[in-house]
Design a protein around this ligand. Structure first.
Ligand SMILES: [Zn+2]
Length: 388
C-alpha cells in the first residue's frame, strides 16, 4: 500500500486524492457511487465531482448514472474506463501456468493456461502469452510463483531444484512493468483485499500444499520483511518434530502438516512435488471412514492447530484463513484444529481465540493477489502524474 507522501502543493494533494479514489474504486466489493466514494475518502461532493471529472478526461474512470433509490439525491456509479489501464496476472505452479486479465475493480478473465517443463523456461512462455493477449491498455503484470524470492529477485524452489534463479535474467526487455511475489503471500493478500479477511487489521493466512506457506497481513497488506522473504512459518519448529527438513532446519512445522506429512505417514518418501494424488486419496479414504487414513488426517489437523496457537501467541491475529489443503482440513476436522489451537494458546487468551476460517477467494488466490500487486505498481501518485 502506498505510504503517505509528502504533500507540498495543492496539485500533490489532488493527485494523492485521485490515487485514493482509484484505489477505492478498484478495491470496492461492488461498484461505488460518487457520493459513496466521497464519504469513504472524507472529501466534499464538489471535490469528488472535480476529481472524477479529471480522471474521466484522462481515460482512467468512467462515470454512469446510478439507479436512484428512495429520496436521495441522484448520484453516479464509478466504473473502470473502457479504454483505461488493465493488469495481467500469471500464476506459475509446479508444472502449469495461468494468465489472466484483471480490470480496475477486479473483474478477472482467464486468458490462457499451459503446461511447462519445470525449468525457468516457463518465464519465456509467460512472456509470449502476455504478448499474444496484450493491448496498449496493459499497464502492469503480476506473477505468483511458489518459493521464497530473496530481495524480490533471487528465487528458490526446492521441489523444482531451482536454486538462486535470478529473475533479472528471465524478466526484462520487452516485458510490461512486472512484479513477482510468492504465491502463498499473494493468496493471503487476496483474502485481505477481496476475501474473508477484508477489513481485518491483523490477520494470518496459510496456504497448505506439500508444506505450509503463509503471510502476516497488517492493514490489508502482506508483510515482506527486510529481504522480501518473511512468512516462512512452515519452517519454524512449532510441533517438535525430530525430523530434519529439506530447508536445513530440524523439526519444521511443515514436516507435520500438509501433503508431505500425509504421504510420509503411508511410508512414501515425500519431496520434489510428488505425492499430491496420494494425499488426495488419503483425504478421501478418511472421509469414507478408513481408520488409518483418518488417524493421518487427525495428526495433520492437530499439528496444524498447535502451530496456529503458537503463532497466535506471538502475533495476536483477529482471524486466520487457510487455503489449499487447509480448506479440506477445516471441512473434515474443524473441531480438532480449534481444540489444538486452544491448547496452544496461553491461558489468558483462550476466552477469545482467533477465528479460523476457510479462505473465500479459492484456488485463484495467487492469481488475484498477483493482480493486486500489479495494481499497487500503477495506482500510485508517480504513475498517475504521468497519465493526467
Ligand atoms: Zn524447513
Amino acid at each position: 500500500m502506498p505510504t503517505m507522501p509528502q504533500l507540498k502543493t495543492s496539485a500533490d494533494l489532488r493527485v494523492h486524492n485521485q490515487t485514493r479514489l482509484l484505489r477505492a474504486v478498484h478495491g470496492a466489493d461492488e461498484p461505488l457511487t460518487r457520493a459513496g466514494a466521497a464519504r469513504l475518502l472524507g472529501i466534499g461532493r464538489n471535490t469528488a465531482a472535480a476529481l472524477v471529472g479529471e480522471l474521466e478526461a484522462a481515460g482512467l474512470l468512467h462515470e454512469v448514472p446510478a439507479e436512484t433509490t428512495g429520496r436521495g439525491r441522484p448520484t453516479t456509479l464509478l466504473l473502470a474506463h473502457p479504454g483505461g489501464p488493465v493488469a495481467f496476472a500469471a500464476d506459475i505452479r509446479e508444472d502449469s501456468w495461468t494468465l489472466a486479465r484483471i480490470e480496475l475493480g477486479g473483474r478477472l478473465t482467464e486468458l490462457e493456461t499451459g503446461e511447462h517443463d519445470r525449468t525457468p523456461a516457463v518465464f519465456g512462455e509467460i512472456h509470449r502469452a502476455t504478448r499474444r493477449h496484450a493491448t496498449d491498455r496493459l499497464a502492469a503484470l503480476g506473477i505468483a510463483i511458489s518459493g521464497p524470492i530473496r530481495d524480490g529477485r533471487r528465487l528458490h524452489i526446492s521441489h523444482l531444484g531451482w536454486d538462486e534463479v535470478d529473475l533479472g535474467e528471465h524478466i526484462g526487455a520487452g516485458w510490461p512493468p512486472t512484479v513477482v511475489d510468492n504465491d502463498a503471500r499473494l493468496a493471503g493478500l487476496a483474502e485481505a483485499r477481496r476475501g474473508a479477511l477484508r477489513g481485518i487489521g491483523t490477520a494470518l493466512h496459510f496456504h497448505i500444499d506439500f508444506d505450509i506457506g503463509g503471510t502476516l497481513l497488517l492493514g490489508g497488506d502482506a508483510q515482506r520483511g527486510a529481504h522480501h522473504i518473511a512468512g516462512e512459518f512452515g519452517h519454524m519448529p512449532l510441533t517438535g518434530s525430530g525430523l530434519r527438513c529439506m530447508c536445513g532446519v530440524q523439526g519444521c512445522w511443515s514436516l507435520d502438516v500438509g501433503t508431505n506429512a500425509l504421504v510420509r505417514r503411508f511410508g512414501k518418501e515425500p519431496g520434489y512435488g510428488a505425492g499430491r494424488e496420494l494425499g488426495r486419496e488419503i483425504l478421501a479414504r478418511a472421509e469414507d471412514g478408513d481408520a488409518e487414513a483418518g488417524r493421518a488426517v487427525d495428526d495433520n489437523a492437530t499439528a496444524l492447530g498447535r502451530g496456529l496457537g503458537a503463532l497466535a501467541n506471538a502475533l495476536d491475529p483477529e482471524a486466520i484463513t487457510l487455503s489449499g489443503l487447509g480448506v479440506e482440513l477445516i471441512r473434515l476436522r474443524r473441531g480438532l484444529i480449534e481444540q489444538a489451537c486452544a491448547d496452544g494458546l496461553m491461558g489468558f487468551r483462550r476466552a477469545e481465540p482467533p477465528r479460523i476460517l476457510a479462505g473465500t477467494v479459492g484456488e485463484i488466490g495467487p492469481l488475484r493477489g498477483a493482480a493486486e500487486i500489479a495494481y499497487d505498481a500503477i495506482l500510485n501518485p508517480e504513475w498517475l502524474r504521468l497519465r493526467l
